[in-house]
Design a protein around this ligand. Structure first.
Ligand code: ATP
Ligand code: MG
Length: 433
C-alpha cells in the first residue's frame, strides 16, 4: 500500500444485498466475521449507516502500518466482501475535502503509475456520491471541482469515466465524508455461517481443500473428515490434513471440527472378499456412508467432495453415479466441471497448494487395484457388497472415527456414531438381517 494515511476501510458487499428481509443478519455476520480476524479487535469498530460500512479505529484515529496490515489481512480472508477501499474519513466540508485530495493525490498518482503496462495510457476519473442533499455542490459539480484542481498539473493523465487506473472516490454523507484512491477486490460470495453447514471429505490432495474453500464462499461452515488406513498409511497423513484444515480455518467464522476415520479393517475385508478392480469404488462407498452418519451427528446438511469428472478412475460418470447411490445425503461437488488448472489456481489463492503437494499416500492407495474399474454400475457394486460384511465394516469405521485437535493432534472417540447409524441408516442400506 501507499503512504496515504488511512483512518477507515470502506467495505462493499454484493450478494448479501439481495437478501431482502434477512439483510441485516447477513450484514451482521459479515462484520462479525471480519472482527474475528482482527487481532486486538477491541481497538476497532464500524461506521454503519444505511448500507454504508467502514472499518475504523474506535477512537477514529489513523491506522498504524501494523494496523493497516492487520486490517487488510482480515478483509482478504472474509467471504462476503466484494471489495474494500482504504480511505480517509473527514468532515463533509468541500474545502477540507479538496485540500485532502490535493495533498495526497501525488502519492496515489505514483502508485498507479508504477502499475502501468509499457505504452499504456494512464487514465484517471473522479467519482463522487452525495447522500447529503444539503451539501452545497451536486455530485457532478464536486467531481468537476476536484478534476479542475488536480488534473491540470498532470499532463500524462487521460480522463476515462468508464474505466480508469486511478479513481478519486468521494462520498459525502451528513455526518462524514470519505475519500479514497485505491480499491481492492475481496473474496466475494457470502459470509461463512450464513448458509447451512456441510461436511467435507478432506483428503491430503489438491482438490478437496479447494472444494471446502468454495463451499465457504457460499456461506457454509465446513467441518471435515479424513480417511486413513494406519498402519498401511503413515501417521504423518493426519498431520498433513490437519495442516490443511488449519489453513482453511483462517477463512471460517470458527475452527472446524476435524475427524479422522481409520478404515484399514474394512479395506482388508474388501481385499479378501471382493473383486480387485472394484476396490476403490467400494472404499469410496464406505467413505460416503461413514460421512453421512457423521453429517447427522454434526447437523451438516450436505457432504462435500473434490470430485471432478474424469480426473481419476473413480471419477468416471458411471463410477460417480455408483458412489453417489451409496447414500441419500446430498453431496456437493463444487469442482465437478473445473479444469485442474483452475483448481490449482484456487488452491494457490487459498494457500493450501504447497501443503497438498507434500507427497503422502492416502487411503485410496491402500491395496489399490492395478486396473481399477471405470464402469462400476450400481447393481454390480451392490452385489460386491453382499460378499463381505458391509454393515460390520461401517460399524468398525465408526468405532475408529475420532475427533482430532488440529494443533495438538489429540484424539477423542465419538461413541454416539454407532447409535446414529443403527437408528437412521442401517436398515435403509443393508435391510433387516
Ligand atoms: P483430492 O485431490 O481431493 O484427493 P482426487 O482428485 O485425488 O481428489 P480422489 O482421491 O478420487 O480424487 O477423491 C475424490 C474426492 O473424494 C476427494 O476430493 C475427497 O473429497 C474424497 N476423498 C478421497 N479420498 C479421501 C480420503 N482419504 N479422506 C477423505 N476424503 C477423501
Ligand atoms: Mg486423492
Amino acid at each position: 500500500m501507499s503512504n496515504i494515511p488511512v483512518n477507515c476501510f470502506l467495505l462493499r458487499y454484493n450478494e448479501i444485498g439481495t437478501k431482502g428481509k434477512n439483510r441485516w443478519q447477513f450484514e451482521q455476520k459479515l462484520l462479525n466475521n471480519i472482527s474475528r480476524q482482527l487481532t486486538n479487535r477491541n481497538e476497532f469498530n464500524y461506521y454503519r449507516d444505511q448500507g454504508r460500512f467502514a472499518l475504523k479505529k474506535r477512537d477514529n484515529s489513523f491506522f498504524s502500518p501494523k494496523e493497516i496490515q492487520i486490517a487488510t489481512e482480515a478483509l482478504n480472508r472474509t467471504f462476503g466482501l466484494e471489495s474494500y477501499a482504504p480511505g480517509i474519513m473527514t468532515d463533509p466540508d468541500s474545502d477540507t475535502i479538496l485540500e485532502l485530495i490535493e495533498k495526497h493525490f501525488p502519492s496515489a498518482y505514483e502508485l498507479g503509475k508504477n502499475q502501468l503496462l509499457p505504452q499504456q495510457d494512464y487514465t484517471c476519473r473522479v467519482r463522487c456520491r452525495r447522500s447529503w442533499k444539503k451539501f452545497p455542490y451536486t455530485s457532478k459539480e464536486m467531481e468537476i471541482n476536484i478534476a479542475d484542481k488536480i488534473l491540470p498539473s498532470y499532463d500524462d493523465l487521460k480522463v476515462n469515466l468508464k474505466k480508469a487506473h486511478l479513481t478519486i472516490g468521494v462520498e459525502i454523507r451528513p455526518d462524514i465524508a470519505f475519500i479514497h484512491f485505491q480499491d481492492y477486490k475481496g473474496l466475494g460470495g457470502l459470509p461463512v455461517g450464513s448458509s447451512d453447514p456441510v461436511l467435507c471429505l478432506l483428503s491430503g490432495g489438491i482438490d478437496s481443500p479447494v472444494a471446502a474453500f468454495k463451499a465457504m464462499q457460499r456461506g457454509s461452515h465446513v467441518n471435515s473428515v479424513t480417511f486413513e488406513s494406519f498402519p498401511y498409511t503413515q501417521p504423518e497423513l493426519i498431520d498433513k490434513v490437519a495442516k490443511l484444515q488449519n489453513i482453511l480455518d483462517r477463512y471460517q467464522d470458527r475452527p472446524a471440527q476435524f475427524y479422522a476415520c481409520n478404515m484399514a479393517e474394512s479395506q482388508k475385508m474388501i481385499r479378501d472378499k471382493c473383486s480387485e478392480r472394484f476396490r476403490t469404488i467400494l472404499y469410496r462407498r464406505i467413505m460416503m456412508r461413514v460421512s453421512s452418519v457423521l453429517a447427522v451427528h454434526l447437523k451438516a446438511k450436505a457432504l462435500l467432495t473434490g470430485e471432478a469428472v474424469g480426473q481419476v478412475a473413480s471419477q468416471t460418470l458411471a463410477n460417480m453415479d455408483t458412489i453417489n447411490r451409496s447414500t441419500d445425503t446430498l453431496v456437493l461437488r463444487p469442482l465437478v466441471c473445473m479444469d485442474k488448472n483452475e483448481v490449482i489456481a484456487i488452491a494457490e489463492k487459498a494457500g493450501t497448494f504447497d501443503v497438498s503437494n507434500i507427497q503422502c499416500a492416502d487411503s485410496c492407495t491402500t491395496f489399490a487395484p492395478g486396473k481399477p474399474a471405470t464402469n462400476g454400475n450400481p447393481r454390480l457394486l451392490e452385489e460386491q457388497e453382499t460378499r463381505y460384511e458391509a454393515s460390520d465394516a461401517i460399524i468398525d469405521c465408526l468405532k475408529n472415527t475420532r475427533l482430532i485437535d488440529t494443533h495438538s493432534l489429540e484424539e477423542t472417540p465419538v461413541p454416539e456414531l454407532i447409535e446414529i447409524y443403527e437408528q437412521n441408516f442401517k436398515r435403509q442400506w443393508f435391510g433387516n438381517d
